[in-house]
Design a protein around this ligand. Structure first.
Ligand code: NAD
Length: 321
């Protein structure tokens, strides 16, 4: 069994490797070669923690495993640890033996950022120049850094509920040598691509904040009740997702479905576009929307990639089990 501890992930994993792993697994999900198991999430009645498992199997890459972890709200204050904690376990699908244990905290941010980047590659207009960020927390910086790897963006604009957090995004833009501008929400009309990644339970981005032809990657809504977009935006857009079952239950589409504005059958898996079985964007002025809910197979895909990198670089810790 190989161990790749959290402390080694930053040295090994790159946004590019995460992008390739997530694009491949979205394709496998759409072709039926990979599937996610039902998610378990429990309030454990200790330390106010939420703990659970997300697992799956990708038959095309023979990746089997689960991510175990959750949210311990008092970690930072009591222990100086981050509140989100997760570990990924991979298993040999032939024997069922555990094959790897991988730190999952940084990988979660990288795989989430890779998902929106994959959606930008396949759904945004090729001439997209301005990227808008709604949200400026921990995930937002990873999202922006990954999205800027695509190249072609000339300006970053940002809005956040807590504007004092926006300098974090300005730093990421500066790393890429691109100007950053804080805008009001209606300033988002300038954006060709918008990433939303906020912890919100009310719509932030409304239909009149979005111009025709924009691609929106909605990444913050991953739980029942959370919401970032006006449901009318989903009715106006061509809606894509990582996994339809999650999109309609815990993703942004939950609200438009509940309001009767869209039907489940109108949502397309992004993997279909990657596989070429769906054309994706239909015209230059269509609004495309990716409802990124976060699936276990994304975690397994990036964990498998980092195990390969650790093995190649000789940094994986090997133990006999
Ligand atoms: P964070 O705590 O670091 O940042 C929270 C962000 O939400 C900040 O921008 C903050 O200003 C904003 N915010 C807080 N209260 C708000 C309110 N009432 N209205 C509007 N915005 C508000 O969190 P994070 O780690 O960056 O996570 C952001 C979101 O992304 C969370 O909802 C998280 O669950 C979600 N997430 C999704 C995935 C996925 O796969 N889709 C993965 C990881 C995290």
């Amino acid at each position: 069994m190989l161990i790749v501890p959290e402390r080694d992930i930053a040295k090994l994993m790159t946004p590019e490797a995460a992008f390739d792993a997530v694009e491949q697994v979205f394709a496998a999900m759409a072709s039926g070669a990979a599937y996610n198991f039902p998610v378990v999430r429990e309030a454990i009645g200790h330390e106010d923690a939420l703990y659970g498992f997300k697992g799956g199997f990708d038959r095309s890459s023979l990746t089997l495993g689960l991510k175990a972890g959750g949210y311990w709200p008092h970690n930072l204050e009591k222990r100086g640890l981050i509140n989100h904690q997760s570990t990924i376990f991979l298993f040999d699908p032939d024997s069922g033996m555990v094959s790897a244990m991988v730190g999952g905290n940084l990988l979660t941010a990288l795989r989430t950022a890779a998902a929106s980047s994959v959606s930008i590659k396949h759904l945004a207009r090729k001439d997209a120049r301005v990227i808008g960020m709604v949200g400026a927390g921990h995930q937002a910086k990873f999202q922006l850094r990954a999205a800027l790897k695509r190249g072609g963006f000339e300006k970053v604009i940002g809005w956040n509920f807590h504007p004092e957090m926006l300098p974090g995004l300005a730093e990421v833009a500066a790393e890429a040598g691109i100007p950053f501008e804080e805008v009001p929400l209606n300033g988002m009309r300038e954006a060709d691509v918008i990433i939303t990644i906020a912890s919100s339970f009310k719509p932030i981005l409304m239909t009149d904040h979005v111009s025709p032809g924009t691609h929106i990657a909605c990444m913050g809504t991953d739980t029942r009740g959370k919401q970032e977009l006006d449901p009318a935006l989903l009715a106006k857009a061509a809606v894509f997702t990582d996994e339809i079952a999650q999109s309609v239950s815990i993703g942004e589409a939950q609200h438009a479905i509940a309001a009767g504005l869209i039907r489940e059958s109108e949502i397309t898996q992004l993997g279909e576009v990657i596989n070429g079985t769906h054309a994706g964007r239909a015209s230059a002025d269509q609004i495309t929307l990716f409802d990124g809910t976060g699936v276990g197979l994304q975690d397994l895909a990036v964990a498998a990639a980092v195990v390969d990198l650790a093995r190649k670089s000789g940094t994986a810790i090997e133990i006999n089990v």
